[in-house]
Design a protein around this ligand. Sequence first.
Ligand SMILES: C[S@@+](CC[C@H](N)C(=O)[O-])C[C@H]1O[C@@H](n2cnc3c(N)ncnc32)[C@H](O)[C@@H]1O
Length: 207
Amino acid sequence: MCAPRKSLGTQNTKTRKIKIPKNHKCNYKFHKSLDDLKLKKVKVESCSSSCAKVCENALYHMECPSSCAGNCKNQNFKANDVSKVSVSHTVSKGFGLFAAFDIKKDDFVIAFTGDVISSNEYKMRILNYKKSKTFPYIYKSGPFYIDATERGNPAKYSNYACNFNMRTEKWQLDGKIEGFVALGFFAERRIKKGEELTIDYNFDEDE
Ligand SMILES: C[S@@+](CC[C@H](N)C(=O)[O-])C[C@H]1O[C@@H](n2cnc3c(N)ncnc32)[C@H](O)[C@@H]1O
């Protein structure tokens, strides 16, 4: 049977409204408690090849630094472009994410963004969300969590499907704390405009 192994939970989508910020540039907000850990920052070198979609950094799932030349194609997370998607109601799953254009296989679709928090902060927030009956949009990111509940982008509306059409990749970003991995949704196959965009909720199961 095709079913997600993680609990899907419940939520009230009838009373919620969806706002998609148009210029959502500030994609990750690292919680202040992470400063106390005095973690090193990741240093990604500019690549010597021509920063194509498959430059040497991209092959190792590392986004190129800003210092790479103007034509660099490996800047997906910094760009935080949400123009390839739209959010609409589905028949039976609440809101869902949909392709606003045809998308080629292996193309970057959208990053899952939000507050980057420690596991202690995660535990506190989960309790508070429970108390306030707020549905939590949270995924694990290495030893941290990304909480999109208050500050996420449309990626948080991705529903689960066992024959998902977006795979989740974990990328390292220049200047961010060591251990943090950004979650990017990439087209697993060619996707037609209007198709619902879905992921596998079990992508972090091995952690
Ligand atoms: C991360 S949210 C996805 C967006 C959500 N549909 C919404 O309206 O906010 C996860 C929740 O969506 C619903 N969902 C996701 N995939 C589903 C599926 N395949 N079938 C039924 N409900 C699903 C469940 O309520 C789940 O807890």
